[in-house]
Design a protein around this ligand. Sequence first.
Ligand SMILES: [Zn+2]
Length: 144
Amino acid sequence: MNLDTYQPRVSAQLVTDYYPNGKRAGESRTITCPYCRTQHSHGAMLGHRSAHCTDYVAKRHQVVDPRDTRHTPGYVLCDPAEPVNWQLEYVYGQLFVLRSKYRRLRAEHQRMQPLGAREKRVKENLGNEIACIATVLRKAGVVL
Ligand SMILES: [Zn+2]
């Protein structure tokens, strides 16, 4: 399992779109994003898509840090009737995000140059958080 290239499969619900005047406009598909956990809308075709995660959406929902949902491998829109373990696919996306968070915090930790006791405590606490994240990722078999 290579998180850099693995494209999680998502259950893509087909919905009919209408104009404000009630006239049928066409069809699209909505998904729950395995990366930012919000809803995204795509054209009705099934198959691979780039993720629609945006900083704006992520900030509005404040579920994940938008910096951690950048440069994902995207996902594959699938028919909801396909025999896929959707929750497992979702977890793959979340592992990607958690690994991004790990790398971001680790870089931040390395840059910190604490002067006083308070700053040293802040760096130590961040180091502990990073260690906890690393434990979870290692248990899931993710290469850091
Ligand atoms: Zn997203």
